[in-house]
Design a protein around this ligand. Structure first.
Ligand code: NCD
Length: 333
């Protein structure tokens, strides 16, 4: 219960401040990005339009001052190469700056500071917080305490909404459409948060979904049920060859070693699927191979020269999508 007192902190430190020049009517202004469930198809069209503009601007001028004076706090409790550095690059290409906390063991987290306290500290200095954390639901918890936008950059086995947005943008850009496609998600569908978000996002389109995994790494039932509610056909398989010839997008994932309690269970499934040029020879001529990366064993290096291997282009699309998201939540798009 709050203490009984007549003391009031200075007014200017109580209210949420709206910096001069922000477009308060912008559709995502001040919003958190926690789950793909928050987006409508119209939202996605809008995000991709802004991402297109970002790409044009990067091609033309490299960087520009849309977010000049804005500060991003990039708070990562789990390892990251692409997500962390693409958010930093996105902010810097928009003229903003970054407080990067990649190694929480060098921050007060190592002294036992709670997530809400760390969030309330960073929002005193920054305008937006990108958070990656090993616990499912952590981004939603952070958002409960935050007055500034929280962007979920992966919450344990939960979601990875910005990855799913860039994955969908990749499909749209590479194949020119999403409706009508057959998308095969392969690998660790149980612990892989990117496929949890992507399957949900794809269920807003007229797609057919195939889930290919070892029996112990199947897509969680609650996600399958959610997607069935949207009327999307879904099929589960153990063998890729059952669906490969039919597939327009093959989305490969890493077996998430760090989420296994039993190391032997990981060893049993880690080499279950390996994409090689021989496998690609059985795939459609017009299809794309995607992977959120890091890749470990799942795709051999000699597949990289195949023009259908889209994973390095996928990373670049991620920069434009993250530029769009930062501009949107900060009221500049
Ligand atoms: C993924 C993640 O962190 O969930 N990586 C990424 O953000 N591109 C996938 C993974 O770790 O396997």
């Amino acid at each position: 219960m709050a203490a009984q007192t007549s003391y009031q902190p200075p007014k200017r430190y109580q209210s949420r401040h709206l910096p001069f020049g922000d477009r308060r009517d912008a559709p995502f202004y001040g919003k958190h990005i926690l789950s793909v469930k928050q987006f409508s198809r119209e939202d996605l069209t809008y995000i991709f339009e802004v991402a297109h503009e970002m790409r044009e601007m990067v091609m033309r001028v490299g960087s520009f001052d849309l977010l000049k004076g804005k500060i991003l706090a990039n708070l990562f409790y789990e390892p990251s190469t692409r997500t962390a550095s693409s958010f930093i690059a996105a902010m810097q290409r928009l003229g903003g700056s970054v407080i990067a906390i990649n190694e929480v063991r060098y921050s007060s987290v190592a002294k036992g500071e709670s997530l809400p306290d760390t969030i309330r500290t960073l929002e005193a200095y920054a305008d937006v917080i990108v958070l990656r954390h090993p616990q499912k639901g952590s981004a939603a918890l952070a958002a409960k305490y935050a007055r500034k936008p929280i962007i979920n950059a992966g919450d344990g086995t939960g979601e990875h909404p910005t990855q799913a947005l860039l994955d969908l943008f990749t499909i749209q850009e590479e194949l020119g459409q999403v409706d009508g496609l057959t998308v095969t998600l392969l690998g660790d569908l149980k612990y892989g948060r990117t496929v949890h978000s992507l399957a949900r996002l794809l269920s807003m389109y007229r797609v057919k979904l195939h889930y290919v995994s070892p029996p112990e790494l199947r897509m969680p039932r609650e996600i399958v049920e959610e997607i069935a509610q949207a009327g999307i056909p879904q099929e589960e398989h153990v063998h890729l060859d059952d669906v490969l010839a039919d597939t327009d997008v093959l989305y490969v994932t890493r077996v998430q070693k760090e989420r296994f309690d039993d190391p032997e269970a990981y060893e049993r499934v880690k080499d279950f699927y390996i994409i090689t040029p021989e496998v690609m020879a059985r795939a459609k001529d017009r299809m794309i191979l995607m992977h959120p990366f890091p890749r470990v064993y799942e795709i051999t290096l000699d597949v990289d020269e195949d023009p259908r291997a889209a994973y390095f282009r996928q990373m670049e699309y991620g920069l434009y999508v993250r530029m769009a998201l930062l501009a949107m939540v900060l009221g500049k798009a």
